[in-house]
Ligand binder design. Structure first.
Ligand code: SAH
Ligand code: SF4
Length: 367
């Protein structure tokens, strides 16, 4: 059967099984891929049109207690110069974001669970909330924490939380993390976050060593199972100073494969979960200069420009070849508008861009 016909057949019956997803992920001809892209794009257009929601991301610290085998800022990487932005500087970056029309700000860092870190984050959340209230949606992405900590930050004003499951297959998770990292805990954290009332985002890395198409299909089913509001996925990118980076294939062909596999993951996720927010992540841009914009044409509707002050950017290298480390925050804004227009999209300012899925989920709960 021709690939176009495979897509047509699945389109007619709807995606019903893991095998359907694997078949879509396996598409390799331009015709088959284009058919999948158009299917996902039409769903995205119906729900979000050509509007792209925007969130500024501030990478406020690269100090991490964990040792994920793939990540450049893992604790044991002694080649990374560690930093933590002072509170005032973080708040200045938030003010800058507000002044240029951002209404959603992501505070991301390495993971720490000590009281000093917890209260530091809490203070920042409280100050932002005091100043902007619900006019600036505070998004946290600072890893696994206890229920009470998530609750504290929610009460202080945080409204969204991003915690990728990274890989949803527990065996593969074990392979990519040291023995003291727990898949069960990560999953439990996602449950806590939902229970507390956060808009919850999760996601995975795509094209990891040992990862099969079946694993990726399981990831999409996992997103559906936990009923996530937001999905942020990106290609795995090699970092030479990590255990995984030392064994991973870093050839140009492999990078190309990871990029297109990421596009297919975005498309299938859009088809399976039409109303979620899907980010076109920075890692896509690391593989192709227009990578994120291409993502909009495959079903993504969110972009997260980097607002980290320039002097810290080079030290927040989760992976190699991270783009824009020489830009300033305002450079990013202008650049973003132009790039979105190049693929027929428009960035929405002055709007927190909440995921429709969250409203549907929570209104169902309250009836
Ligand atoms: N410490 C927090 C947030 C910062 S890491 C956490 O782990 O949740 C943010 C994301 O970077 C991770 O979720 C992971 O998916 C991604 N990441 C880390 N190393 C990467 C790599 N080598 N290639 C692509 N993405 C990577
Ligand atoms: Fe730390 Fe997050 Fe990197 Fe893991 S992925 S080492 S938790 S920053």
């Amino acid at each position: 059967m021709k690939e176009r016909e495979i897509v047509e057949r699945i389109r007619r019956s709807g995606i019903r099984t893991k095998e359907d997803i694997v078949n879509l992920l396996a598409l390799g001809t331009p015709e088959g891929m284009e058919e999948l892209r158009r299917w996902a794009f039409s769903i995205k257009q119906k729900i979000y049109g050509n509007k792209v929601y925007i969130r500024g991301i501030i990478e406020f610290s690269n100090i991490c207690q964990k040792n994920c085998y793939y990540c450049g800022i893992r604790k044991d990487n002694k080649n990374t110069r560690r930093y933590k932005m002072p509170k005032e500087e973080i708040l200045e970056s938030v003010d800058l974001a507000y002044s240029i029309g951002y209404r959603s700000i992501v505070l991301q860092s390495g993971e720490l669970e000590n009281p000093e870190f917890i209260y530091f984050v809490d203070e920042i959340v409280r100050e932002i909330y005091k100043k902007y209230g619900e006019n600036m949606c505070i998004v946290l992405c600072v890893g696994e924490q206890e229920y009470e900590v998530y609750k504290l930050w929610y009460k202080s004003g945080a409204r969204r939380y991003l915690l990728r499951i990274e890989v949803s297959n527990p065996e593969l998770y074990k392979k990519l993390h040291p023995p003291d990292h727990s898949y069960e805990r990560r999953k439990r954290c996602l449950e806590y976050l939902k229970e507390i009332g956060y808009q919850v985002g999760t996601g995975v890395m795509i094209g990891l060593p040992f990862q099969t198409l079946e694993n990726l299909a399981e990831d999409i089913l996992f997103f559906k199972e936990i009923d996530a509001d937001m999905i942020g996925m990106g290609p795995y990118i090699v970092h030479g100073d990590t255990p995984l980076g030392k064994i991973a294939d870093n050839s140009e062909e492999e990078k190309e494969r990871r990029f297109w596999l990421s596009m297919k993951m975005i498309a299938i996720t859009r088809i399976v979960m039409p109303d979620v927010n899907i980010a076109s992540t920075t890692a896509l841009q690391a593989l192709k200069p227009m990578g994120r914009e291409i993502g909009f044409t495959w079903g993504a509707n969110v972009i997260m420009p980097n607002l980290t002050p320039k002097k810290y950017r080079a030290d927040y290298q989760l992976y190699e070849g991270k783009p824009c480390i020489d830009e300033t925050a305002t450079d990013c804004v202008r650049c973003m508008d132009i790039r979105a227009k190049m693929v027929g999209h428009e960035i929405v300012y002055g709007d927190p861009g909440n995921p429709l899925h969250f409203y549907k989920r929570t209104s169902k709960l309250s009836t």
